[in-house]
Design a protein around this ligand. Structure first.
Ligand code: PEP
Ligand code: MN
Length: 342
């Protein structure tokens, strides 16, 4: 299996914890790099915020003793300087950092001239431009070794995940940058230990280049992200499950069966696009009637009726209600835009 697996604790909590998890992960040949957070971005003040520089010293010493390779999150230029000083040259940008171009720029300044490998988590919000922007800034700063990490997005409704996967956002990144390796972080995506294996499998099906997983020797005692951390033994089971999961490339004989179905999808999509265009044309005619009658474009009661009617129809046809509502909202927003611009 030529996948990259990065695993390790959310945070370094003590020298003993780091040694214990490092020894367990060193025994797993699939794990290429050990992640270990030293500065932790916490949502609320007062929580454990990481051990800082002393932890980097332990990482340097264990690297020298055991020949392991660590990576660490950086959010400030001084984090970059300290990591490089301690010989840690695989670094990651957290979701909150990728969101902020000022912070990314500052990190680029600190990284200039280094040969660091940068892992870039997706931004907190589902904006693929911010993700691409951070990667491009690093590329322009001369960072030649870049990897994207998909950890999901913070949404009002996360549908049971800590951060909604929204796989399509990562697929869009891949469409624009097919050369860029992409890892899945099922830990921050799922937020719970039992979601790691199914999310890892989903990432495998989408041909991700690997995983970044939070692994703790005693997850229940973890000082950060306890519900989502798994033991090294569980990681071994996740990897074993992964190795047996059918991979897309093994499905070559499915191509023949897929072909006619894909043509059907093409036809339906063409019909959908044509219908949407017709719908927008009617919207424009409605706009002129409303304008002449001095009626506002947005009609709350009519919109409520449309949603109820279409949801009723969708449910009867076996379509997911949330999906249908999202789609209707998108179409309605475009219709309002078209009418306002007319
Ligand atoms: C982490 O990896 O521990 C972390 C804080 O991740 P994210 O930036 O994805 O929230
Ligand atoms: Mn974490």
């Amino acid at each position: 299996m030529s996948k990259t697996i990065i695993a390790g604790p959310c945070s370094v909590e003590s020298q003993a914890q780091l040694r214990e998890v490092t020894l367990a992960l060193k025994a797993m040949p699939e794990v290429s790099t050990i992640r270990a957070g030293v500065w932790k971005p916490r949502t609320r003040p007062g929580a454990f915020e990481g051990l800082g520089e002393p932890a980097l010293g332990w990482m340097r010493d264990l690297s020298a003793e055991l020949g392991v390779h660590y990576c660490c999150e950086v959010a400030r230029p001084e984090h970059v300087e300290l990591c490089l000083q301690y010989g840690i040259d695989t670094l990651w940008l957290g979701a909150r950092t990728t969101t902020n171009p000022f912070m990314v720029d500052e990190l680029c300044q600190a990284l200039r001239g280094s040969s660091a490998h940068l892992l870039v988590k997706n931004p907190v919000c589902p904006d693929v431009r911010l993700w691409i922007g951070a990667l491009e800034r690093l590329h322009k700063a001369g960072i030649g070794h870049l990897t994207a990490v998909h950890r999901g997005f913070s949404m009002y409704n996360n549908h049971g995940y800590r951060n909604a996967p929204l796989w399509e956002v990562a697929m869009e990144l891949r469409r624009e940058h097919p050369e860029l390796p992409i890892l899945c972080d099922p830990s921050h995506m799922g937020g719970s230990a039992d979601l790691i294996a199914p999310l890892a499998r989903a990432a495998h099906q989408l041909d991700y280049d690997g995983l970044m997983v939070e692994v703790h020797p005693h997850p229940a005692d973890a000082l950060t992200d306890a519900p989502q951390q798994i033991t090294p033994q569980t990681l071994a089971a996740v990897i074993a499950d992964w190795a047996t999961a059918p991979h897309p490339s093994s499905a070559t004989n499915a191509a023949q069966a897929l072909e006619p179905l894909r043509r059907k999808i093409d036809d339906i999509d063409h019909e959908l696009v044509s219908l949407l265009s017709q719908r927008m044309a009617v919207s424009k005619r409605i706009a002129s009637v409303k304008r002449d009658a001095h009626l506002p474009v947005y009609q709350q009661a009519r919109w409520a009726d449309v949603v109820n009617d279409r949801l009723h129809q969708a449910t009867a046809l076996g379509l997911d209600a949330d999906f249908t509502k999202d789609l209707l909202e998108k179409i309605h927003a475009e219709s309002v835009r078209v009418q306002l611009e007319d």
